[in-house]
Design a protein around this ligand. Structure first.
Ligand code: SAM
Length: 239
């Protein structure tokens, strides 16, 4: 927790918050903060600043907060990600939030196992919990928007053209001819496949929609590795 993210319900006055649970525990056990300690804080979808610990009990931590800075700029990317297996999903979601992705579509694909869609990590509360952990890690306050799309073809044909409109359209696919670009300074819509990869039909559908297949070299990366590698490579001056 490099920044404590504050929710509306934490505020007891314009400049006072009470933290309980995980954030109180972090102050107590990890930071071992004493009254007077200052730490970075930010209001969810709002400004960032500093919190001064006023009081710490077994139940709660009271902070005086001063919020005066904008959060960092979002990455100009829309990420279209074939739904990863539950174990990986949590980490991928956190990494996306940490790296400044604000629009994330989790989509179906032939090699996404049906059972993945039953994962409790896809529930609204669990998604928000992991997005918040990612924002706290990356020191950001803007909550990413996550959309679930359970059918590949209708999504690609009916929704993706509008979602990707005005952006550079890329699909990361091993073994294709073009290397993933670097130093990109335009908005990008980026598709990343499932653990087994996109099947040829899916890559064709994406190409028909205007997507350009790009590769990252001969090594095949796990999805959780491919996401930060692709984002860093594309936006190396921003990330
Ligand atoms: N055997 C699968 C294939 O050949 O597509 C491997 C899939 S990989 C584990 C999961 C996803 O990460 C891929 O669909 C792709 O989007 C991305 N990825 C991983 N390594 C890549 C590479 N070297 N070049 C381009 N994309 C890659």
């Amino acid at each position: 927790m490099n920044l404590a993210l504050l929710l509306d319900e934490d505020f007891i006055a314009d400049d006072r918050v009470l933290l309980r649970g995980r954030r109180r525990l972090h102050l107590d056990e990890v930071i071992q903060a004493q009254p007077g300690h200052r730490l970075p804080v930010g209001r969810l979808n709002g400004l960032m600043g500093t919190g001064e610990l006023l009081r710490l009990t077994d139940e709660e931590a009271e902070l005086r907060v001063h919020l005066d800075r904008e959060p960092p700029q979002p990455l100009p990317v829309t990420l279209i990600l074939a739904l990863p297996r539950p174990k990986m999903l949590k980490r991928v979601i956190q990494n996306c939030a940490t790296m400044g992705v604000k629009r994330l579509y989790l989509i179906n694909s032939y090699k996404v196992e049906k059972s993945f869609w039953q994962s409790p990590w896809l529930g609204e509360e669990k998604l928000q919990e992991n997005l918040i952990l990612g924002l706290e890690q990356g020191m950001d306050t803007r909550l990413p928007q996550v959309t679930l799309c359970k059918r590949f073809k209708p999504f690609v044909e009916d929704e993706l053209p509008a979602i990707a409109s005005g952006s550079r359209k890329l699909v990361a696919h091993p073994g294709t001819g073009t290397a993933c670009p670097t130093h990109v300074d335009t908005p990008v819509t980026l598709c990343i496949g499932p653990e087994g990869g996109f099947i040829p039909y899916e890559v064709e559908k994406l190409i028909e929609t205007g997507f350009e297949p790009v590769h990252l070299g001969p090594r095949i990366l796990r999805v959780e590795t491919a996401v930060p590698v692709l984002l860093t490579r594309l936006f190396d001056s921003t990330v």
